[in-house]
Design a protein around this ligand. Sequence first.
Ligand SMILES: NC(=O)NCCC[C@H](N)C(=O)O
Length: 253
Amino acid sequence: MPTALIRRPSPRLAEGLVTHIERTPVDLDLAATQWQTYVDALHRTGWETVEVPPIDECPDSVFIEDTMVVYGDLAVIARAGADERRPEAAAAEETVAKQGYRIAHIADPGTLDGGDVLKIGSTIYVGHGGRTNAKGIEQLRDAFAPLGADVRAVPVQKVLHLKSAVTALPDGTVIGYEPLVDDPSAFDSFRPVPEESGAHVVLLGEDRLLMAASAPKSAELFAELGYTPVVVDISEFEKLEGCVTCLSVRLRR
Ligand SMILES: NC(=O)NCCC[C@H](N)C(=O)O
């Protein structure tokens, strides 16, 4: 059974960072329900989940994706671009090590958030922007090149992370809401979607795409293309610039 790492929301979730959008109040009870629904959707589609111990003092800790990048048998532990998120990594490292992964680290002066990393086969796109710097990208390349990965830097200026702008369909087509994609030509194949959050899909296997309820037109488009959208409402996390990808780390080995 494939495994995904998850982390329970902090009671301080509402204080999470907001960079490119206006802050609006977060409903903690609703966030807890939505998180459970997200986890249930993983279980329903055949995923086992492993919880990283919660870290209550870090408001953004639910966004577990940002703590690491996993490729082959190696987990590279990120060094968050936002100082206040750095303490999130330690327990995530312990948990992924227990799953049998080798560990490497992004080190000072490198910074990198997992949300900036989009893997498509052996191509790894890394967003160079507000959270991930050139040194972080260089270190990620040094870690994964020996495993055969082609690490390519792409610009991210308009949104928080690369994967806030684009993700990819199972056939490798990169999807994005064009007004928020810095350079669509950076990708081998690009297809526009009609909504911002329509750009965010988590591949669950067997052509199923986990996606947010806020992108109904994109869900319709994917269904027409032969995929099966699995829709979850994550409104409270979207208020903090989170999306479906950032609430889990899928371990595909
Ligand atoms: N990978 C992601 O999309 N992470 C979302 C992180 C949101 C959080 N409020 C932050 O600004 O770091």
